[in-house]
Design a binder for this molecule. Structure first.
Ligand SMILES: C[S@@+](CC[C@H](N)C(=O)[O-])C[C@H]1O[C@@H](n2cnc3c(N)ncnc32)[C@H](O)[C@@H]1O
Length: 277
């Protein structure tokens, strides 16, 4: 359990850099009586930090969930296929545009390869659902090793992986469970014109659905923590909970915190320095 752990995938909005801050406000594993649940799992930074034994990880992105499924069952086969892909820009375009994976292992290896060699780890698809991020180079491809995949498989052993909208996942939580939520942030102009998350634009009514679900979960005795943009209209939906400003982590120095980020941590339980909404 380290805040500087290596993650398998690069992910826009990933929480790795914020772990150094978040760790003080998340419950210890020994304090989670039930399951750990992450309905917007992305690169799973918080999950791999906590390494809970009983967990549900979920995301609406099917490629991501298939990647975790394949790594959980056959990390060495995913690695072998990943290594078999070529190292040039034209190899990248071939894997991106022409290669047709036939098995879960091949799909996972392709996803991992595109993620590690595309421009800045972006995850963007065109209207036909085809991945369309440009080539970024091979430098980050070999930062991960076969042993990293095997390690992830070990941590994923008791974990249930689901490709789903967040609502049914939250609605089936029970007293004693803990949920970590990191929904897509309310988009600014930049994100609107060049969306990082293509599966769904997260709209205001999604925040309303989310707020209803977590408020109801809280009434059942479920604890949760959520990172979110500090927009008044969103925070209003989370009334009765606790809020804390998140300092920004710099790009160059993971874990080094600088000034205010416009993001907040909202928790269903009181935290030191937090204000009641
Ligand atoms: C900010 S990212 C999560 C990043 C993650 N915490 C990490 O450390 O990498 C938000 C995630 O929400 C997912 N998502 C978007 N809409 C969703 C929905 N309706 N239900 C579930 N997941 C959704 C996206 O696919 C994306 O992986």
């Amino acid at each position: 359990m380290t805040v500087n752990q290596k993650l398998l995938i690069r992910y826009p909005g990933g929480k790795r850099r914020l772990l150094v801050f978040l760790q003080d406000f998340l419950p210890n594993l020994s304090d989670i009586e039930g399951r750990y649940i992450e309905p917007f799992v992305g690169s799973a930074a918080v999950f791999f930090y906590l390494q809970p034994k009983r967990a549900i990880l979920s995301d609406v992105n099917p490629e991501l969930i298939d990647l975790y499924r394949a790594i959980k069952y056959a990390p060495r086969k995913v690695w072998a296929t990943y290594c078999s892909f070529g190292s040039t820009k034209s190899d990248y375009h071939h894997i991106r545009d022409e290669y047709e994976p036939k098995t879960l292992i091949q799909r996972a290896a392709r996803t991992l390869y595109l993620n590690r060699t595309c421009f800045k780890g972006m995850w963007r698809h065109n209207r036909d659902g085809c991945f369309n991020v440009g080539y970024g180079g091979q430098e980050r491809r070999w930062v991960i090793t076969e042993e990293d995949l095997v390690f992830c498989a070990t941590v994923l052993r008791g974990v249930s992986l689901k490709c789903a909208d967040f609502q049914p996942i939250i609605d089936q939580t029970q007293k004693g469970d803990f949920i970590f939520l990191d929904p897509p942030y309310r988009p600014g102009h930049k994100e609107c014109s060049n969306s990082h998350y293509v599966w769904h634009q997260f709209r205001y009514n999604d925040y309303e659905r989310l707020a209803d679900s977590v408020q109801y979960a809280k009434s059942r005795g479920v604890r949760w923590a959520m990172t979110i943009s500090s927009h008044e209209d969103i925070l209003r939906l989370l009334k009765g909970n606790h809020v804390l400003r998140i300092p920004r982590g710099t790009g160059k120095m993971p874990g080094i915190l600088t000034s205010d980020s416009g993001e907040v941590l909202v928790t269903s339980y009181p935290v030191e320095g937090g204000m009641r909404l």
